[in-house]
Design a binder for this molecule. Structure first.
Ligand SMILES: Cc1cc2nc3c(=O)[nH]c(=O)nc-3n(C[C@H](O)[C@H](O)[C@H](O)COP(=O)(O)O)c2cc1C
Length: 234
């Protein structure tokens, strides 16, 4: 009998309690999210869904203040029309306005820019994630260069090798409970790609050098890649 088999019955009793260690059958940890602290479930989510791409979102407030922040609950979800989403967590009940600056700006103006983060600006990207007051311009805080967009008011990040100008098409509030979030859906109306990283329409991933987010404060590079041919089913 293994040591685990001896303690397993006691573990099962422990895990009946909220905040317990998760039900363990055999060698699997099985968690009912409703029975655990939301922050612990969050750790399982962000530790499992990896690496997550980072949407470095530039927006502007209704009265013209620039804003820049990273969001790793981010992805491209449709090609026609080209569509991206990101999810902004809602602040605690103590805040008069639960929205992060990015979400408030995009809801007020309907516009944002997604910038793709290379490893060369990882530290600057991280700097912009501080909880700065709405009147603070994170471009300045992080020493990044704003350049004008063609079709929307928010600036692009010059140091990013891909920038996408977007118009918000939908806002989906997943939940306004603590830990809840609002998903922003946006149509990409312009794509800017550094000439030096693209051949035709094919982006060289080595030159893009995008980073992704793992759990905690860990990031991944995109330097270890491999190819697989798609099966042709006749
Ligand atoms: C790499 C990274 C990814 C992040 N992803 C998210 C995310 O997906 N959703 C979110 O609400 N906050 C995320 N954050 C935290 C926000 O960037 C942070 O709350 C920021 O202050 C929001 O800025 P804002 O109030 O100017 O919108 C992330 C932070 C980092 C460093």
């Amino acid at each position: 009998m293994t040591p685990y088999a001896i303690v397993a019955p006691f573990l099962r009793i422990l895990t009946r309690f909220p905040g317990g260690w998760g039900t363990r059958y055999s060698e699997t940890m099985t968690v009912d999210p409703t029975q655990h602290e939301s922050r612990d479930v969050y750790k399982l989510l962000i530790g499992s869904v990896v690496p997550r791409p980072i949407g470095f979102i530039s927006s502007v407030s209704a009265d013209g203040v620039r804003n820049l922040a990273p969001f790793s609950f981010f992805n491209a979800v449709c090609q026609n029309p080209p569509t991206v989403i990101f999810s902004a967590g809602l602040k605690g009940a103590s805040s008069a306005d639960k929205r992060k600056d990015t979400l408030r700006n995009v809801q007020e103006t309907g516009e944002f820019v997604v910038n793709i983060v290379g490893s060369d600006i990882a530290a600057a990207m991280n700097t912009t994630s501080g909880d700065y007051a709405p009147e603070i311009d994170e471009f300045e805080v992080a020493g990044l260069t704003p350049i004008a967009s063609e079709t929307v008011r928010p600036a692009r990040v010059k140091e990013c090798r891909v920038q996408m100008e977007c118009r918000a098409t939908q806002f989906v509030t997943v939940s306004d409970k603590p830990g809840g979030a609002c998903i922003v859906v946006g149509e990409v109306v312009r794509i800017h790609v550094d000439d030096g990283i693209v051949d035709g329409y094919k982006i060289d991933p080595a030159k893009l050098d995008a980073i992704g987010r793992m759990g905690g404060n860990t990031y991944a590079r995109t330097t270890d890649r491999f190819d697989l041919e798609r099966p042709v089913v006749k």
